[in-house]
Design a protein around this ligand. Structure first.
Ligand SMILES: NC(=O)c1ccc[n+]([C@@H]2O[C@H](COP(=O)([O-])OP(=O)(O)OC[C@H]3O[C@@H](n4cnc5c(N)ncnc54)[C@H](OP(=O)(O)O)[C@@H]3O)[C@@H](O)[C@H]2O)c1
Length: 304
């Protein structure tokens, strides 16, 4: 592949509510620290480098950025970096944020926000991003408890004009049904990638059938989760990558995009070279045979 010349529009587009985005986007979680994310004693990233990555992403055509007020390290805040790098925001840039559990100022996780506290979290995102409304807000949850009350609180903020569209994160299909009875849901952001459990495949299909975007996280990091990519990919994925002159990370991203036109990628990186490679992955098309070989692996990993 010749990644330098490839821009995010090569991945095609999807419409979130009334907002059109390129299918290759960017996740901001990796921008605030070096190494593991979301830990209290993380080593803060280089500020200028993080800002450069964000500006380069937009230059490369990325117009969908995922963030959260709880993406911070001792010295960096993802929302503040986005604001500094990109405001005044270009037309067409869609910033998706998430609320639900927060982190206290020392970085420790807090319990789920109450419906009343969700308004405060939305306002925190507005202040940090320097905006008067948020494009998309995902309600992130942990566990299987009802989200009706909390999603209802966000629907009221949508009605009040603080939020344009609503989504869900870390949810079950039952949560999606519950939320849709309250307000439209434009996206589901869940963990997904090669080796994900079969019921997750089913959820990806369910979202597609309903025109709801499915936005996987940890598509590259996989089991490394907050710790990041281990680089240990199966030999089969490595062979397929070599055949395209690509990396295994690019194959992982391309595979998620080929699960359906409604799948949007939000790879996270603080590395400018990885950013270029991730955007280029939007142009990588795996053949039917390659998809079948990865499917075997996918099923085997899921069973293992
Ligand atoms: N809703 C939720 O619960 C939730 C949870 C987690 C994440 N998220 C969102 O989803 C986004 C994606 O998740 P993520 O950032 O953890 O995972 P990811 O995109 O799957 O992988 C990121 C990891 O892979 C590395 N990486 C990225 N591009 C690479 C490349 N081209 N080649 C080799 N390594 C590469 C990164 O390190 P380098 O920095 O060194 O490139 C980092 O270790 C996050 O940024 C965040 O916005 C949402």
């Amino acid at each position: 592949m010749t990644p330098e010349t490839i821009t995010a529009d090569a991945s095609g587009t999807w419409t979130l509510g009334d907002l059109v985005v390129n299918r290759i986007g960017f996740g901001a979680m990796r921008l605030t620290q070096n190494g593991e994310a979301l830990i209290p004693d993380a080593t803060s990233s280089d500020r200028a480098k993080a800002i450069d990555v964000l500006r380069r992403a937009v230059e490369l055509g990325v117009n969908h950025i995922d963030t959260a007020a709880f993406y911070f390290s001792p010295l960096r805040s993802a929302n503040e970096l986005i604001n500094r790098a990109l405001a005044p925001y270009p037309d067409g840039l869609v910033i998706t944020t998430k609320v639900g559990p927060g982190r206290d100022p020392s970085g420790q996780w807090l319990p789920h926000a109450t419906p009343q506290q969700l308004r405060g979290q939305v306002e925190e995102n507005l202040r940090q991003l320097g905006r008067d409304h948020l494009d998309i807000v995902n309600l992130r949850t942990v566990g299987t408890d009802s989200i009706a009350e909390r999603f209802g609180a966000l629907a009221e903020l949508r009605d009040a004009g603080l939020i344009r569209h609503l989504g869900l994160s870390n949810v079950t299909p039952e949560h999606l049904v519950e939320a849709q009875a309250i307000a439209p849901v434009v996206c589901v952001q869940n963990q997904y990638g090669i080796g994900a459990r079969p019921e997750y495949d089913e959820f990806v299909r369910t979202c597609g059938a309903q025109g709801v975007a499915f936005v996987p996280f940890y598509a590259i990091a996989g089991a490394g989760r907050e710790g990041g990519a281990s680089g240990a990919d199966s030999a089969e994925v490595a062979v397929i990558a070599r055949a395209h002159g690509a990396t295994t990370a690019q194959v992982r991203l391309a595979w998620t995009l080929q699960r359906g036109p409604h799948v949007l990628a939000i790879p996270g990186t603080g590395n400018p070279d990885h950013l270029v490679a991730n955007v280029a992955a939007g142009a990588l098309r795996l053949s039917r045979d390659e998809l079948a070989r990865i499917e075997t692996l996918h099923r085997r990993d899921a069973a293992g």
